[in-house]
Design a protein around this ligand. Structure first.
Ligand SMILES: Cc1cc2nc3c(=O)[nH]c(=O)nc-3n(C[C@H](O)[C@H](O)[C@H](O)COP(=O)(O)O)c2cc1C
Length: 409
């Protein structure tokens, strides 16, 4: 028997963007990299294509998940060629990409939904074949596992390469400043394209989180050495972005307890709470902040993650510390929410909205399924990431709910 969950706080309105946007529900599409973009140029071995643009499939994918008054966050979007850590990922740094994204934005708006662009710089989690230039990172720390391969073979080959064979270069101060300007240009282009706001990907071990993390930020200048100095890049980035697009249009995603992409930082609470205190003080009107659950990890089970938390002396840690710092800033969380554990979380006041990744991949009508207690379709992990021979598979072909008879089979 399906249950009626329409009285849950998940389906109550929520104001974000300093009151400029009122969402009609709190079931949010997580940022999800799916590598389904179209190459921007004919690729040859001498001149490989390194730039991708949004296409009809992306329009369909986002439009399928758009609901009246709902919020979608895009897949991670590189603000520059230097920041692009994967094939098939449409960036936002040339007009053709902006035109493609505008079609996505228009389709989403036509359904009454809102859409934020997530900006993402891969930093050291990349190989120079993707960028055509040396890989930039806070410090020149080679990949720890000497045998780990970059997931995709470089252009026009079938042989994958090892991360450790291409250690990153330490960013100069000039490179730090120009990278921040790349983000600002992309953020301005996002707003000009019609996006409702911009979320900075400050999680999952990519460039901004690399700066926060002691094991990969070994700098001894003003950008490294102490928790406060390791926050400087992120704070500067958010300051420049808020000057460019307005802090009410700006959001950030953080994973203070994350391990992805070899993050093994010490001083987690000191670093991330300093960052959050400064963000709240400097930008009290941020659109929202979005966190990842301490016990969720892409590559480890919950039990394995718990042993990391135990070893850090944080066995019972939760996100309440950060919730308290941010006060009335809308606070989202993601990591393992489904049709059984989503209830009562918002009523307890832990968070203001829940962000769904994998179940939104396999349930384009997730909002209605949760509202009506209809069963969820399970996701196919092997089809998460493209490029695939047929990029529509596992992307726009998950079924919508078709009625009780089918659901009860
Ligand atoms: C296929 C896939 C792609 C993802 N891509 C991104 C991304 O581009 N940016 C990001 O911040 N997180 C990314 N994530 C993490 C998700 O946004 C989310 O935090 C994670 O899946 C946990 O939520 P879930 O349990 O609801 O899936 C990705 C996760 C998956 C499974």
């Amino acid at each position: 028997m399906a249950t009626d969950n329409s009285q849950s706080k998940l389906f109550q309105p929520l104001a974000i963007a300093n009151g400029n946007i009122t969402l009609k529900h709190r079931v949010i599409l997580a940022p999800l990299t799916r590598n389904r973009g179209t190459p921007n140029s004919h690729s040859t071995p001498e001149n490989p294509n390194r730039i991708w643009v949004p296409n009809d499939l992306l329009v369909e994918h986002y439009s399928q998940r758009a609901t009246d008054g709902g919020l979608l966050i895009t897949e991670a979007i590189p603000p520059s060629l230097e920041g692009n850590g994967m094939p098939g990922v449409p960036g936002l740094f040339i007009p053709e990409q902006a035109e493609g994204w505008k079609r996505v934005v228009d389709a989403v708006h036509a359904k009454g939904a809102y859409i934020y662009a997530q900006l993402w710089h891969s930093g050291r989690s990349n190989i120079p074949h993707m960028t055509g230039t040396p890989i930039l990172a806070p410090s020149s720390v080679p990949w720890e596992d000497p045998n780990e391969y970059f997931k995709h073979p470089p252009h026009h080959t079938t042989t994958r390469v090892k991360f450790a064979d291409y250690p990153p270069s330490e960013m100069t101060i000039a490179q730090i400043k120009s990278t921040i300007q790349d983000y600002c240009k992309a953020a301005k282009l996002a707003i000009d394209t019609g996006f409702d706001g911009v979320e900075i990907h400050g999680a999952n071990g990519y460039l901004p989180e690399q700066f926060l993390s002691s094991n990969v930020n070994r700098r001894t200048d003003e950008y490294g050495g102490t928790p406060e100095k390791r926050c400087k890049f992120m704070l500067e980035l958010m300051y420049e972005l808020s000057k460019t697009i307005g802090e009410e249009n700006l959001a950030i995603r953080l994973s203070p307890f994350g391990l992805f992409n070899q993050i093994r930082s010490i001083q987690r609470l000191e670093t991330w709470s300093h960052l959050c205190r400064e963000l709240k003080a400097n930008h009290p009107k941020l659109s929202y902040v979005s966190f990842i659950e301490p016990r969720y990890e892409q590559l480890f089970s919950e039990t394995e993650k718990q042993s990391f938390l135990d070893s850090w002396g944080l066995p019972d840690v939760d996100l309440s510390l950060f919730r308290k710092i941010f006060g009335d800033t809308p606070f989202f969380s993601a990591g393992g929410f489904n049709d059984t554990n989503s209830w009562g979380v918002l009523e307890r006041g832990d968070y203001d909205a829940l962000v769904y990744g994998r179940y939104f991949i396999s349930n384009p009508d997730l909002v209605e399924k949760l509202r009506n207690g209809w069963p969820l379709t399970h996701y196919k992990r092997a089809l998460f990431y493209g490029p695939l021979e047929d990029n529509s598979v596992g992307y726009v072909d998950y079924p919508f709910y078709e009625g009780d008879v089918k659901a009860e089979l």
